[in-house]
Design a protein. Structure first.
Length: 298
């Protein structure tokens, strides 16, 4: 009996050790899950605070930190749609507000990164990234299968891609992508034209405004698109005026409207867009920059 107990004792210790390790592992997983659940509201609140920050210098440091924090959390939760949406939007905003002025090459890389976050979000709905390189008809078929909850990813992918193209007008291969991203944004618009203060009409206002007529440009239609965006935001989304000045009034060489539009932005209250002072601050900075370049365009 004693011999039998001594013979089985080592295997009992192994089983006990395995059970202890399993409990530690499971507890660790549970703690990680709990930590993620506790961290996510903090990230969400930090993101909202940054978007309501009127000081561009403070906002720059905060966005840089928040984006790296999001990357870290996404390592643990790679398929979290809310975090991926914040990453796509935050990276776009950072690129447009800062990198666009410093280096067009860096801005293009950041717009590409925003597109990648959006594609990761679309992948959680079963969408394959390679589809974006397919013919327009194929893209239209595949995105139509996506639920409306995927539309923010389609929006940020299209917007970031369009801004990337605007910085690559000397590359015919990039211009060939425009019909694809237009098809994507048309779906977004048909489902909810109000998303991001009328971002889809703004998108089409820019495209139809800056294009020459032989390539589908139409100043009258562009003005209608900008007007719709302005109506959706109740004239509070000042970036609409900035884009209108840059891509419509410059195109038709109307310097008076160009200057009037941008001066309106500069004189507007900092809190005109509730909960989003950062976008207003970006609009004001861009308005001042574009006014300083009026001599280059007129």
């Amino acid at each position: 009996m004693n011999d039998m107990a001594q013979t089985n004792f080592p295997s009992c210790k192994k089983v006990l050790s395995f059970v202890v390790l399993l409990m530690v592992f499971l507890t660790g997983c549970s703690m990680t899950s709990l930590t993620m659940k506790a961290t996510k509201p903090l990230i969400r609140n930090a993101f909202l605070e940054v978007m309501d920050e009127p000081d561009l210098t403070i906002a720059r440091t905060a966005i840089e930190s928040d984006l790296k924090l999001l990357d870290g959390v996404l390592r643990e939760r790679p398929n979290d749609r809310e975090l991926l949406t914040m990453s796509a939007m935050g990276t776009f905003a950072y690129s447009y507000a800062y990198a666009d002025d410093d280096s067009s090459q860096r801005a293009k890389l950041l717009y590409q990164r925003s597109m990648e976050y959006a594609l990761r979000g679309l992948k959680t709905y079963g969408f394959e990234a390679s589809t974006m390189n397919a013919p327009v008809e194929k893209i239209e078929q595949e995105i139509a299968k996506l639920p409306t909850q995927a539309d923010p990813f389609l929006f940020w992918y299209s917007l970031s891609s369009a801004m990337n193209i605007m910085l690559s007008l000397d590359n015919p291969n990039r211009l060939a992508d425009l019909p694809r991203i237009e098809a994507i944004m048309k779906l977004v618009r048909s489902r909810d034209s109000t998303y991001f203060y009328g971002g889809a009409p703004l998108f089409f206002g820019v495209l139809t405004g800056f294009r020459p007529k032989v390539l589908g440009g139409d100043p009258v239609q562009a003005e209608r698109e900008f007007d719709q965006c302005r109506s959706i935001s109740d004239n509070k989304f000042l970036l609409e005026r900035v884009f209108r000045a840059r891509y419509l009034w410059v195109s038709v060489l109307d310097e008076t409207k160009f200057r009037t539009e941008l001066q309106y932005v500069i004189d507007a209250p900092d809190d005109i867009l509730p909960g989003n002072k950062l976008l207003t601050a970006i609009a004001k900075a861009k308005a001042k920059k574009y006014l300083s370049r009026a001599g280059d365009w007129f």
